[in-house]
Design a protein around this ligand. Sequence first.
Ligand code: FAD
Ligand code: NAP
Length: 500
Amino acid sequence: MGPPPIKSVAVIGAGASGAATAAALASENYFDVIRVFERRETPGGTWIYDPSPSTPSTLHPGKLPPAVDPPLHIPNALPQTTRPTSQYRYDRTPIYSNLTTNVPEIAMSFSDTRFAYGPFVPHWIPKQYIQNYFALHHLDKYLVLNTTVEDVSLLPSNSKSKSEDADTGRQRERWKLTLRRHSLSRNLDIWWSETFDAVVIANGHYSVPFIPSVPNLEDYLKTFPGRVLHSKFYRSPSLYRNKRVVVIGNSASGHDITTQLLTSGVVKGPLYQSRRTPSRWDGSAPPEGLVWKPIISSYDASTGAITFADGSVLEDVDAVIYCTGYKPSFPFWNATKNGGELFDYENNKLRDTYLHTFHSRFPSTLALVGVPRVLTFRSFEYQAIAIARLFSGREARPLPHLQAMKEWERGRAELVKGEKRKFHDVPWDNGETMAWFRELYEVAGLPRLEGEGRVPPVLDRRTRWAIENVRKYPEPGKDGGEGEEDGWVVVHGRDSLHFI
Ligand SMILES: Cc1cc2nc3c(=O)[nH]c(=O)nc-3n(C[C@H](O)[C@H](O)[C@H](O)COP(=O)(O)OP(=O)(O)OC[C@H]3O[C@@H](n4cnc5c(N)ncnc54)[C@H](O)[C@@H]3O)c2cc1C
Ligand SMILES: NC(=O)c1ccc[n+]([C@@H]2O[C@H](COP(=O)([O-])OP(=O)(O)OC[C@H]3O[C@@H](n4cnc5c(N)ncnc54)[C@H](OP(=O)(O)O)[C@@H]3O)[C@@H](O)[C@H]2O)c1
């Protein structure tokens, strides 16, 4: 006989990952308690639009989430009320006013219901969709909104709360979550804790912006407050009327914001874009009105000048927008109590995970959804269904032993190092996405004959065609603008999901 069954599950986050997880857990019709903790006032995650987000008091060049988004001090005894925290929490989203999706709708929506329309839609469509997804599957009752998970700790092995099977005496770890809700009317923070048999972390990874360290940038930020910002806080071109702007970066944010500023016609020309590597949308020359620059080599905090790696200098810059991405942050993870860190910032990867989803040290009680950079919502479904099946003890293929999971992690680390790519980037072209989905599909297997559990979705021919052929932006020299439709293009031949 095995350890006791898992009957209570906490989910951290009510974005698309949390929605898929809640749906998968609920459909098993097996768990007594499912709680989806969400720090915002509504589900939706990334897709909630914050028109005027507060910014951190300063940006932190070169600093990583453990330094800029540290854990809060937890009161000694719970439940407890305290004065409201004044620490900046990065809980607003990066969605800007004109943002539309960049993954064709048929491939971005969950498998059981479509977006209102497609192929590329304004940001409010995915938000409404996620909110409706909770309603559609009757998951609203599991939501615990306006509640931040501030600590996740393993209960000590001699704890009474550790789950024990009455017949066999076998034990399994349990988890204590420390939770905080701000009461606006009472102007205080309310703290309490709850314990669970298992936890799914679905907290997203586009909250804490990353800005590289550049000589004199820290002084520059002090001398010219407000001049430099991260794309997380960009909202529309209107703030840049008659301003000389430098955009840093040319990935999805850098490309899209540069395009918006350029086509708006409001900025003082030319617009500058600083690039470290040519991107797939760049072509051989910039469009009219845009000047490419290499990376910035230094700032001058006394004159305001910016020097680039080729020695060129810009003297009269009004705004610098860093589109240099994000770093995942897990301030709630109690590394001391849980026997080690969850994320390895040096190698930019989760520690001790298998298939980017299961925690190899706690394979039957801890899992993560949504970390890989891959086809988004659809991949969350495969992860969520496999997790729900495993937690309910109905998985079709058991997870391998610890050694084999560690071997998977070591093998992948070696592979991506050799190919100079990131551990959690799962490309489409080389078949990695489908191979990964297949592994999760096989862990999950079919629902029970009685109907409990979700069916892992198929990724049919039409969806795969859309992934490979329908794109928001044409790629110079490759797509040729052929088959151009209203705001999107059909391209011929296989192509990867680098846009995600
Ligand atoms: C600017 C931008 C544009 C994008 N465009 C696209 C696109 O076009 N197509 C696409 O497929 N993907 C896009 N993405 C990726 C997008 O993030 C995913 O589509 C998806 O929404 C991620 O869902 P998630 O649930 O994993 O994370 P999130 O949407 O980030 O949700 C995580 C949730 O967890 C909550 N949370 C975090 N910490 C805590 C805590 N401690 N306690 C309680 N709650 C917590 C957050 O408030 C949030 O609601 C974009 C991302 C960005 C940043
Ligand atoms: N729906 C949409 O249209 C839309 C719009 C915006 C964002 N998004 C999504 O948002 C997510 C984040 O995208 P993102 O573009 O913000 O981040 P990102 O894809 O991680 O890109 C980061 C950019 O910063 C550059 N960079 C990083 N570190 C640097 C350094 N030290 N010096 C100089 N340059 C550096 C990178 O250059 P290198 O290429 O050289 O590494 C890259 O151009 C993605 O999922 C994306 O699809 C979607």
